[in-house]
Design a protein around this ligand. Structure first.
Ligand code: PGA
Length: 261
């Protein structure tokens, strides 16, 4: 394992209303407490839908839960006539730390471009939010260009032109592995993470590249998480479906119990 603190991030997507969210966070915190999870060693974050954020924030604060709050998206704008959009300033007020930016579902279903994602990363930096920048190739791109080309191009675009680069996280999520039950091999994930880190060191700096956490995402489960995190290159996971299941997610958070180095 590297010096970087592993991050286990649960992306709930469009699941759970605010009441269900409260129930899940309560149960998750009990489950992690039962197994004496050490949050100083492995950070755990949840990414509920916007409508749940206030309820989850209140619960985290009231019960002093060591969970970190994330959001699934943000607007590239600060405020104004942008119906349906949510500003980074509003998220910051809700004690949100992380924001997923450029998830493949947003690129695919909401036509988000590299320029939009670059602007959203800028909005995160402006409002002191940490973007979790998602990158990944489709099956077609994998066959034509290999695994690393598209993720590197997407990350380079997302980081281009910022006056100052604050903390960010990268999530390598092959599109063909999301919600499909197909996973990259741990060697593939480690190889792409290594190349992404190399590209950060060329584009930003060696210091930033060695401090930046690079996650793997796509059909992560408690039964396969240890393989990904056995590599020095992979610093955590972005979990979709399995983050809605307490036993599965708790098992993923406890990946160190399965890693034998
Ligand atoms: P999955 O989703 O774990 O359900 O494949 C991952 C993601 O989209 O972040």
């Amino acid at each position: 394992m590297s010096e970087r603190k592993p991050l286990i991030a649960g992306n709930w997507k469009m699941n759970l209303d605010h009441q269900q969210a409260i129930a899940l966070v309560q149960k998750l915190s009990w489950a992690l407490k039962d197994v004496s999870h050490d949050f100083d060693k492995v950070e755990v974050s949840v990414f509920p839908p916007y409508t749940d954020l206030r309820s989850v924030q209140t619960l985290i604060e009231a019960d002093k839960l060591p969970l970190v709050l994330g959001a699934q998206d943000l607007s590239k704008f600060d405020s104004g006539a942008y119906t349906g959009e949510v500003s980074g300033a509003f998220l910051k007020k809700l004690a949100v730390k992380y924001v997923i930016v450029g998830h493949s579902e947003r690129r695919q279903h909401h036509n988000e471009t590299d320029e939009d994602i670059q602007a959203k990363v800028a909005a995160c930096f402006k409002h002191n939010l940490v973007p979790v920048i998602c990158v990944g190739e489709t099956l077609e791109e994998l066959e034509e260009q290999g695994a690393a080309a598209v993720p590197i191009r997407q990350l380079t675009a997302a980081l281009a032109g910022h006056k100052e680069v604050n903390e960010f996280v990268v999530a390598y999520e092959p599109v063909w592995a999301i919600g499909t039950g197909k996973v990259a091999t741990s060697e593939q994930a480690a190889e792409v993470a290594k190349k992404l880190r190399q590209s950060i060191s060329e584009q930003v700096s060696i210091e930033v590249s060695s401090a930046t956490r690079i996650l793997y995402g796509g059909s992560v489960k408690s039964s396969n998480v240890a393989g990904f995190l056995a590599s020095e290159e992979v610093d955590g996971v972005l979990v979709g479906g399995a983050s809605l299941d307490i036993d599965e997610f708790t098992g993923i958070c406890r990946f160190q119990k399965h890693v034998t180095l």
